[in-house]
Design a protein around this ligand. Structure first.
Ligand SMILES: [Cu+2]
Length: 490
């Protein structure tokens, strides 16, 4: 793909990196001790043109119930740094790679230039061990975003390499409190070490689930919030596998934003939150001492994710009617003059439930029995329009699945012909979810949309950001086993 984008030279990519006067998130302290116990709120750092450094390194991490510690890969001292930037203002981040393998940072949901998108070999050279790379961009949209590597993603993301990016508008509405809940499962074994992040059985089905569910690195934490207050609750599904059905018990709540994009507030019954998806709520908290539970109903029994505990004198008593955060500002797709392109999501192989496993049918017609050959290259499990992303695909890139002229309306119908949901994510653009015929949801802007089994979901956007952009399932094992493609905006 470099032939489209022009050669990417390591020299030009590294130029300027040394000039950054960085505020380091890492304190370079001894890494022999395990990370400290966590507060119920993740620490925040301002992100601006002064720049800051994210040092990707292996550090011992004590997770809840984890008597030793796991060898986490994290940015800074503890997982999930929260960076806070301003829309329209320059932000600079210096990535220093202290890992034993190459990495990059992808800024999920940000409509930034292609060269800052963090896909190795596609938008930049990989950042090799000991090297660094400076990301330098102006976030155009306010919202709730996150960032993570785009290589060996199941393992790098699974070990904790991710962070949150909140971008405030100049006139960001003020709430009585602003609470972030980052949901992430961990794959921790009985011996205290990490379990495999990718399994053939999991990758061929809904994904390999973690066995330790955390919110802000804690198990169902109790988070103090002001009583009788209007608070903003930002929920990020940072898990690479798990879908949630998010609800609140004990308080009135409205959905105010989806993937960081404002919606006309509507009452929350529950909200399906696939991997990589975010939802923001306005919540009127209860009276002093009351407990409000954040629950996941996508389970045989509701799973408590966190409890908000109201403290102090009530701040509001009137009717709770949250206002819309902001007006729409994204370019409106021209559906009437666009061509609908269907995109099918299927198993390239019929990888059904282990152990009653069916033979895998490869695209060339050969069949493989997984039981006989668990060492089969898992790259062949999933496909978009019948095409699997090939092994070493970043270096041996297939042709684009779609091409758009700059400014053209992209109008796409995803059809899920498999038994499992796929949260589909497009890089570099925010799309409008127009319709879906299984899981009801309002028309809204998003960067990731859940496509349920047998479902048809239509999206559209103006392809106005030139470059080579990835399109993939955000169940990372599906992505890593073939459910990825790219589209070109030229
Ligand atoms: Cu998928």
């Amino acid at each position: 793909m470099n032939s489209h984008a022009g050669p990417v030279s390591r020299r030009t990519l590294l130029a300027g990196a040394a000039a950054l006067t960085a505020v380091s998130l890492t304190r370079c302290e001894s890494i022999s001790g395990a990370a400290p116990a966590f507060s119920t709120r993740l620490p925040e750092t301002a992100l601006n043109a002064d720049g800051l450094t994210l040092e990707a390194a292996e550090r011992p991490l004590s997770l809840p119930g984890n008597v030793t510690s796991v060898p986490a890969w994290i940015y800074g001292d503890t997982p999930f740094p929260v960076l806070r930037a301003r829309a329209g203002e320059r932000a600079r981040i210096r990535l220093v790679n202290r890992l034993s393998e190459h990495t990059t940072i992808h800024w999920h949901g940000l409509r930034i230039p292609n060269a800052m998108d963090g896909v190795p070999y596609v938008t930049q050279l990989p950042v090799l061990p000991g090297e660094e790379f400076s990301y330098d961009f102006v976030p155009p949209d306010p919202g709730l975003f996150f960032f993570h590597p785009h290589c060996n993603t199941a393992e790098q993301f699974g070990r904790g390499l991710a962070g949150i990016l909140i971008v405030d508008a100049p006139d960001e509405p003020v709430f009585d409190d602003d609470v972030l809940c980052v949901l992430k499962d961990w794959r921790v074994g009985a011996d205290g070490g990490f379990l495999p992040f990718l399994t053939v059985e999991g990758a061929g089905r809904a994904g390999t689930f973690g066995d330790l569910r955390t919110t802000n690195l804690l198990v169902a934490p109790e988070i103090d919030v002001p009583a009788g207050a209007n608070i903003r609750l930002r929920i990020v599904n940072l898990d690479p596998t798990r879908n949630g059905e998010i609800a609140i018990e004990g308080a009135e709540a409205f959905v105010i934003a989806i993937d960081g994009n404002a919606v006309t507030p509507f009452p929350l019954a529950s909200w399906r939150l696939g991997p990589a998806m975010r939802v923001e709520l306005a919540v009127r908290t209860a009276q002093d001492g009351a407990r409000m539970r954040l629950l996941d109903y996508f389970a045989p029994q509701p799973v408590p994710l966190a409890t908000l505990v109201a403290r102090g004198t009530a701040r509001h008593t009137g009717v709770f009617a949250p206002l819309r955060l902001r007006a729409d500002h994204l370019p409106e797709p021209d559906i009437a003059n666009a061509t609908l392109r269907e995109m099918t999501l299927t198993a390239s192989a019929v990888a059904t439930a282990y152990p009653d496993i069916a033979p895998i049918i490869l695209p060339d017609g050969r069949s493989i029995n997984l039981l006989d050959s668990l060492c089969v290259s898992p790259q062949t499990l999933w496909a978009i329009d019948g095409q699997t992303w090939p092994e070493q695909g970043h270096q041996n890139t297939p042709p684009p699945i779609l091409r758009f002229a700059r400014g053209e309306t992209a109008y796409i119908e995803f059809f899920n012909g498999s038994r499992f949901p796929h949260p589909m994510h497009l890089h570099g653009h925010t799309f409008k979810v127009l319709s879906a015929n299984t899981l009801p949801r309002p028309v809204h802007w998003a960067d990731t949309v859940l496509v349920m089994p047998d479902e048809r979901v239509r999206i559209a956007f103006v392809a106005d950001n030139p470059g080579n952009w990835m399109l993939h399932c955000h169940i990372i094992e599906h992505q890593d086993t073939g459910m990825m493609a790219w589209f070109e905006v030229a």
